[in-house]
Design a protein around this ligand. Structure first.
Ligand code: UDP
Ligand code: MG
Length: 319
């Protein structure tokens, strides 16, 4: 990409998975903002995350219309995290912003974000949903619980309602891309790399077309992944619990010895013995599985697999 003009570019990174109906609309809505914005040339980096529909075709149509439209197409679906990473890696503008393709991240906020970053000198500006209207109640409740646990027990602080709609200066983009983990949790990574962030708020909007790709199950898995990626506290909990149990059993043993010495032997109770065996058996299994979760992640991480595999792209094409 043109290095000389680097300072003037805003790269818009758009992960797309089966968004054939939304690509064109996203582009035209964002272009309206581009026309009004002085000082920055908007450049688009669409990431086709292994879509099974005509998303890539739609993106290519746009790239034929405008040289400012770039794309990377993955060899299969690698997930939004991988798509965001690929986009950030490919970006080279002074500013980069990550946005959903379904217009749930209103393009009009781009202007506000640029304004905030330029006027306050912040390194990034992120959007926070203040309402969760149109979202199932149970999903909102679980999300809130997740933020509470995350902020209490992990190494990082995550703002409730924070979405992946975030504009960053080049140096923050570089820091995010330098994080090598293959199992990525961007909300945590953004917090972990530091830098100053200004927050802007917006009301939840429904997606323009199609369905959310998140099922209840995948959201739960995402929450667990995020927690484990940035928290070692479950391992500490296992240790503390083990220690307390050990001290408790030692005290109980002393009590039993004293009782035998003073009152003599009585008939042992099978029921209580079985209960204790079962209880500790269960507990040990649970603790082992917590440890297993971490080991499993270490195993995947040590393989050093790439975060995504590119099938095609127009990024290195001559302009
Ligand atoms: N997305 C993606 N890969 C996936 C799932 C989603 O690139 O595996 C994109 C999707 O096309 C959209 C954005 O990530 O642009 C947010 O997805 P979605 O609207 O399904 O999530 P929600 O808004 O419900 O959180
Ligand atoms: Mg959405």
């Amino acid at each position: 990409m043109d290095k000389k003009k680097e300072n003037k570019y805003l790269d818009i990174i758009v992960p797309c998975f089966n968004e054939e109906d939304n690509v064109e609309r996203f582009f035209s809505e964002t272009e309206k903002v581009a026309e009004k914005t002085d000082g920055f040339i908007f450049r688009y980096i669409f990431i086709d995350d292994g879509s099974g529909d005509d998303t890539l075709k739609e993106i290519k149509k746009l790239s034929e219309k405008s040289k400012r439209v770039k794309y990377i197409s993955f060899s299969r679906n690698f997930g939004k995290e991988a798509a965001m990473y690929a986009g950030l890696r490919a970006s080279s503008g002074e500013l980069a912003v990550i946005m959903d393709c379904d217009l749930q991240h209103p393009p009009r906020l781009i202007e506000e974000m640029i304004e905030k970053i330029m006027s306050t000198g912040c390194d990034s500006c992120a959007a926070r949903r203040v309402s969760r209207k149109g979202e199932p109640k149970i999903r909102s409740a679980m999300a809130r619980a997740f933020y509470k646990i995350m902020n209490r027990y992990s190494d990082i602080e995550i703002v409730d309602g924070a979405v992946d709609f975030r504009m960053m200066r080049r140096k923050m983009v570089r820091a995010v891309v330098s994080m090598p983990e293959t199992q990525r949790f961007s909300k945590g990574i953004f917090a972990w790399v530091g830098f100053s962030t200004a927050w802007i708020e917006f009301e939840n909007v429904r997606r323009i077309s199609g369905e959310s790709k998140w099922s209840m199950w995948s959201l739960m898995k995402y929450a667990l992944d995020g927690f484990i990626d940035f928290a070692a506290s479950p391992l500490k909990f296992a240790g503390v619990f083990g220690g307390v149990t050990a001290v408790g059993s030692a005290l109980y043993l002393i009590l039993e010895i004293l009782k035998t010495l003073i009152v003599g032997k009585d008939t042992p109770g099978y029921a209580s013995t079985i209960c204790l065996i079962l209880f500790f058996g269960g507990l040990i299994t649970a603790i082992l599985s917590i440890i297993g979760e971490y080991i499993g992640r270490m195993y995947m991480e040590t393989k050093g697999r790439p975060i995504y595999i590119e099938k095609e792209s127009n990024i290195d094409d001559e302009n």
